[in-house]
Design a protein around this ligand. Structure first.
Ligand SMILES: NC(=O)c1ccc[n+]([C@@H]2O[C@H](COP(=O)([O-])OP(=O)(O)OC[C@H]3O[C@@H](n4cnc5c(N)ncnc54)[C@H](OP(=O)(O)O)[C@@H]3O)[C@@H](O)[C@H]2O)c1
Length: 477
């Protein structure tokens, strides 16, 4: 179930938002503490005909408003455990048909011991529903919440982590048995950090359709992850092929800890900045091409064994070959990270003449020596004559830094094909400058779709529905 919180600051606006929310929500949470002009008389108007669907919450803990909501036959009231046992007991005793949710919120951290203590206190009060919402400081905090839900299967429980690192729980908690998950009415109307839009929960993640243990969990592990479009592309492909799969973002600081906690839970992973090389030490086996490249962007969980693959290489080569031959062409790659490695390997395979430039020259040197090609620092670009293909394989120019380009001197961008691996935005500053100078340009979107399609095939063993994957990318860029 999806519950949409109403965060309006005026009664009139709240009534409008309730009307809007009832089109997408199973339940609606009315946050009285946010409505400045609310009083007992106006509460009746607010509850209106939707009262059975409404959870009345007042973080200001005004008893008279909660009692009025019960008198008006609101569907639910949310009672924060900090209201005190005596007060909560009294409300529960007189609640009639209204259901009582007793909740514990911690907006700073997820502390297993604290949750266990608060849960015991809540259970003693015998509410209809228990709610635990804590802030995720680390992606592994979601696991604490999933375990909590699983261990309390016999009770009605709502549990989630807040914050960007808590995003997996917002999507996956209902799969483990959470009574509901909160989704905002629209961007800017969130009642807590990390809340996903209700329409995204429904239309992209299909959380009302995914049920039970057979749903396979996939996701993107990296830092940052919030600008990635992978969740749109993969979830749309699962939907198209009617597969029980869901794909979420895992924002992670420590890859090792993430793998330790999630390897049993996930069926497959996309791996992004800055983990494409580090992941190799955590997989059980690396596919020979990925091993040669020295970077893994795809992990498949094959009956408990993690296998690493690289789909960036084919994705990029396919995108470049649509615009130009590679054989005997001089190709300069800016960057020496995971994406650069994959593309450099592909260009070598296609017999291009390769030069690698990187901010950290030792990394360029290492990669160049592995592949037997030239290398240098970024300032060497101006001195290289007759470049045919220039490739940006750094994150420079990626949202939000859209006014940055790895090539400071536009005059260098002449008579060449310029390929930017950055795909968000599709037209980076580098590509705009190159196009203005008459160069052919290739954006990162095609590479992204190609690599995601190859990844989807590894994840599922099914042919990727590339048409819908491309369409969703076009809709959102
Ligand atoms: N279109 C696609 O399908 C696709 C697929 C994969 C990746 N990508 C894109 O490729 C880019 C790189 O990803 P990755 O996985 O290779 O990341 P990575 O392994 O972390 O490597 C990052 C590279 O960018 C360089 N870099 C970062 N910030 C820089 C700055 N301010 N100035 C100069 N150099 C800088 C790093 O240089 P140092 O070595 O000096 O740190 C390194 O060479 C990202 O933008 C990613 O979105 C696109």
């Amino acid at each position: 179930m999806i519950c949409v919180p109403i965060t309006a600051s005026k009664v009139r606006e709240a009534i409008k938002d309730i009307r809007e929310a009832s089109k997408i929500a199973d339940l609606i949470e009315l946050r009285l503490d946010l409505i400045k002009d609310v009083n007992e008389n106006k509460l009746e108007k607010l509850l209106g005909s939707k009262k059975k669907k409404i959870i009345v919450t007042d973080r200001k803990k005004r008893l008279r408003l909660i009692e009025k909501a019960i008198e008006l036959k609101a569907g639910f009231v949310d009672l924060d455990i900090s209201m005190g046992e005596k007060t909560i007991k009294k409300i529960i005793k007189n609640k009639k048909n209204t259901k009582a949710i007793v909740s514990f919120n911690n907006f700073k951290e997820t502390n297993k011991k604290e949750i266990s203590n608060e849960l015991k206190k809540i259970e003693k009060l015998k509410p209809d529903i228990i709610k635990i919402a804590t802030f995720a400081e680390c992606v592994n905090d979601n696991i604490i919440i999933f375990d909590l839900i699983r261990k309390n299967k016999d009770k009605k429980i709502i549990a989630m982590c807040m914050g960007e690192k808590g995003e997996p729980s917002r999507v996956l908690a209902p799969l483990f048995g959470s009574f509901l998950t909160f989704g905002s009415l629209k961007k800017g109307k969130e009642s807590a950090p990390g809340q996903i839009e209700a329409k995204v929960l429904r239309d992209v993640y299909r959380i009302d359709k995914l049920k039970g243990k057979k749903v396979k969990i996939f996701g993107l592990v990296g830092n940052p992850v919030k600008y990635s479009k992978g969740f749109l592309v993969h979830n749309r492909a699962f939907e198209k092929l009617k597969l029980d799969g869901v794909y979420v973002n895992f924002l992670t600081d420590h890859l090792g800890n993430f793998i330790k906690n999630y390897s049993n839970l996930v069926s497959g992973l996309s791996v992004t900045i800055p983990f494409k090389r580090e992941i190799i030490k955590y997989v059980d086996k690396t596919d020979p091409t990925a091993k040669d490249i020295g970077a893994v962007n795809t992990v498949v969980n094959a009956k408990g064994k993690l296998i690493g693959y690289n789909t960036d290489c084919i994705g990029a080569v396919k995108a470049i070959k649509e615009k130009t031959d590679i054989k005997n062409r001089k190709a300069v790659i800016i960057g020496a990270g995971g994406a650069a490695r994959a593309i450099a390997y592909g260009i070598k395979e296609e017999k291009g003449k390769l030069i690698i430039l990187n901010r950290t020259i030792s990394k360029a040197e290492k990669l160049a020596k592995e592949l037997g090609c030239e290398y240098g620092s970024l300032d060497k670009l101006g001195g290289i004559k007759n470049i045919n293909i220039l490739i940006n394989a750094t994150s420079i120019g990626m949202r939000p830094s859209v006014n940055e380009s790895p090539v400071k001197n536009n005059k260098l961008l002449k008579e060449m094909v310029v390929f930017d691996t950055v795909y968000n935005p599709a037209m980076t500053k580098l590509l705009k400058d190159a196009k203005a100078n008459g160069c052919k340009v290739i954006n990162g979107v095609e590479m992204f779709i190609n690599q995601a399609a190859a990844q989807f095939e590894l994840f599922t063993g099914r042919k990727a529905p590339i048409g819908v994957m491309r369409a969703i990318m076009r809709e959102t860029l």
